[in-house]
Design a protein around this ligand. Structure first.
Ligand code: PMT
Length: 409
């Protein structure tokens, strides 16, 4: 009964597949979903407001300047009303408008003003879909957080064959059902997560330290993505210039020792993700005063090992999180080295990134990762924004957690 009383706003775009929106509405109504619709100007060329209203039993919204309704249901309240927004069919033209943040009619204005998850269901000719401009928009929209269903491969209305066919109403319905099933379960289980991020600083004297180039971006994005899935998340961050996100608990630390302390305080949690670039070593001795140029001690700094936080989490008997994810920064034999770390540290998943390329990994907005599980299975995510990669990782973690949870109960 996960769909009962859910509120879905459906935007019907202008394309031959618009008629399939009626089938989707019928399927959702059968499951007691409350539906409101916006029919775009070109969508109206394919389906009529009367047929939509007859099925939804609600007014069909069309115009941003609708004299009868704008005062009462403006674009803001329409988007706030919904639990989820679905756009079908999503045309190439509509994708372009969304990718540049255009707000020229009711549909685009509602989407720009929305704080909800938005599912886009593309439908277009194969050449249009594969065109560099559309593919570029596809990447931009994924980075903005839009969720895509399809397109599928198949025969199109124009007679051509290829990728661009809209997913069927059944496929869209299944996706929506899974989406709410997951949301309901996360709320019921009250999952908690901790994420470590950023560098640590190990001081030699009051003003000098050993550290690295981690900016904390990847970990911030992972924490945000987990939070977006409804998981209560605490971010434990080394020194970073990032502006804290609202709704995210953040604890700032400086050294590996402090990070370890904060991690211990945060237990128990269901999920731990260690994206931090923790300094492996720290100077044994920290000078009380600034070391002088003339001081011979600088010729020989002695180091000792820092505690390994990831290993502590994985091997702790009492409070081991159900899923522990390590990250691993390598400059050579990336997958091979990552597999060794996964095995030696006993983590459930390890996310390997090659940090030899200056434009990826450390202190970049982009990353390219491979996620490896204990069976040795590798999921590779090509170069993309760290936010996109974080969403993928968060969803993989949640799916794994839910599978584990099911097998225990
Ligand atoms: O912060 P950004 O600029 O966004 O860059 C992101 C990143 C490149 C730092 C990130 O994607 C990444 O790769 N993080 C792991 C960096 C790292 O320290 O890798 P490692 O292979 O040395 O460590 C392996 C794992 O052990 C990591 O999960 C690390 O957090 C953990 N570790 C290491 C040492 C230690 N003392 N304690 C730990 O918990």
């Amino acid at each position: 009964m996960s769909l009962k009383n859910k509120k879905i706003l459906i935007v019907i775009g202008g394309g031959i597949s618009a008629y399939k929106a009626l089938d989707l509405i019928r399927l959702l109504k059968k499951n007691n979903v409350n539906i409101k619709t916006i029919l775009t100007k070109s969508g109206k060329e394919f389906v009529t407001p009367l047929s939509v209203t007859t099925l939804t039993k609600n007014k069909t919204f069309e115009d941003i300047f609708d004299k009868n309704s704008e005062a009462e249901i403006d674009h803001i309240s329409l988007s706030r009303w919904a639990d989820l927004i679905v756009v079908l069919p999503t045309t190439a033209n509509f994708m372009t408008k969304l990718s540049i943040g255009k707000a020229e009619d009711l549909a685009t204005t509602v989407l720009l003003a929305s704080d909800k998850d938005i599912l886009l269901v593309p439908a277009m000719n194969v050449r249009m879909w594969l065109h560099k401009a559309t593919q570029n928009n596809f990447r931009i929209l994924q980075d903005y957080g839009y969720i895509f269903i399809g397109p599928e491969k198949g025969e199109m209305a124009c007679g051509e064959y290829g990728e661009g066919k809209m997913s069927s109403p059944r496929q869209i319905y299944s996706y929506i059902k899974d989406y709410f099933d997951k949301k309901n379960l996360v709320i019921k289980k009250k999952f908690k997560a901790l994420v470590t991020t950023g560098p640590t600083r190990e001081y030699l004297d009051p003003v000098r330290y050993i550290s690295n180039e981690s900016s904390g971006k990847q970990g911030y994005e992972v924490a945000l993505a987990l939070r977006k899935l409804g998981i209560e998340t605490k971010l434990i961050s080394g020194p970073s210039n990032l502006i804290p996100f609202k709704d995210l608990k953040i604890k700032n630390i400086v050294s590996a020792k402090e990070m370890m302390c904060e991690v211990k305080k945060s237990l128990p949690v269901d999920i731990a993700v260690c994206t931090a670039a923790v300094s492996d070593f720290k100077p044994i001795y920290k000078s009380k005063n600034k070391i002088k140029k003339t001081d011979n001690r600088m010729n020989s700094i002695k180091f000792e090992k820092n505690p390994d936080i990831l290993e502590f989490l994985c091997k702790s008997n009492k409070d081991r999180p159900k899923i522990v994810v390590g990250f691993c920064a390598e400059t050579e034999k990336v997958i091979q080295n990552a597999k060794v770390k996964l095995r030696e540290k006993y983590c459930d998943l390890i996310v390997a990134n090659n940090v030899s390329n200056k434009n990826l990994g450390f202190n970049s907005d982009f990353n390219k990762v491979s996620i490896i599980d204990q069976t040795g299975k590798v999921i590779s995510i090509p170069k993309n924004k760290k936010s996109y990669i974080a969403n993928k990782i968060a969803n993989i973690i949640l799916d794994k957690l839910l599978i584990n949870d099911k097998s225990i109960n």
